[in-house]
Design a protein around this ligand. Structure first.
Ligand SMILES: [Zn+2]
Length: 80
């Protein structure tokens, strides 16, 4: 699963969209790509495992995690 770790603020992001969002404030052109913004102030959500993402990215991660869980459960049942 794709994760983006920022060398600037050491936060981890669920994808390139949320990474770009925390690095970019279009209302401050001189700061573009030079500043790490507080992820929550940019509308990003923090997951229980410490990853910031957009709502879309977090939902996608949850869907993938559920599918992986079901696949593991199915394999476990097949063995027993
Ligand atoms: Zn950063």
């Amino acid at each position: 699963m794709l994760l983006a770790h920022c060398r600037g603020c050491h936060n981890t992001f669920a994808g390139i969209n949320s990474f770009d969002i925390h690095r970019l404030d279009e209302s401050v052109p001189e700061d573009q790509n030079n500043t790490c913004w507080e992820p929550e102030s940019m509308g990003l959500v923090l997951t229980p495992d410490g990853i910031y993402g957009t709502i879309e990215e977090i939902e996608k991660r949850q869907i993938v995690a559920e599918r992986l869980g079901k696949a593991r459960a199915a394999r476990g049942n097949a063995k027993s």
